[in-house]
Design a protein around this ligand. Structure first.
Ligand SMILES: [Zn+2]
Length: 85
């Protein structure tokens, strides 16, 4: 699970941008590509993804995210992006 995923706040949408260096160091710690995207491939690095919470908001997010053009990445109920990755 990436560091960004711990940065949940109470706001409905929180943009979390990872620098490439941060993404690389996450990957060094966890090479499971499902958990940490390869450097240069994360939607976070492109600014196209966001992580949101708290968990009690996941239901609302799932229902309402499409209105804002976001798709959920199913393995991560907090992770939304323009592509669903
Ligand atoms: Zn994420």
């Amino acid at each position: 699970m990436g560091i960004s995923h711990y940065l949940h706040t109470d706001s409905a949408f929180t943009y979390v941008l990872n620098s490439n260096a941060q993404q690389q160091s996450l990957r060094n710690k966890n090479s499971n590509p499902k958990m940490v995207a390869k450097p240069g491939t994360s939607q976070h690095e492109k600014g196209d993804a966001l992580d949101s919470g708290p968990p009690s908001a996941y239901g609302w997010l799932k229902k309402n995210a499409p209105r804002f053009g976001f798709k959920n990445y199913p393995p991560e109920p907090w992770h939304y992006s323009t592509t669903g990755h």
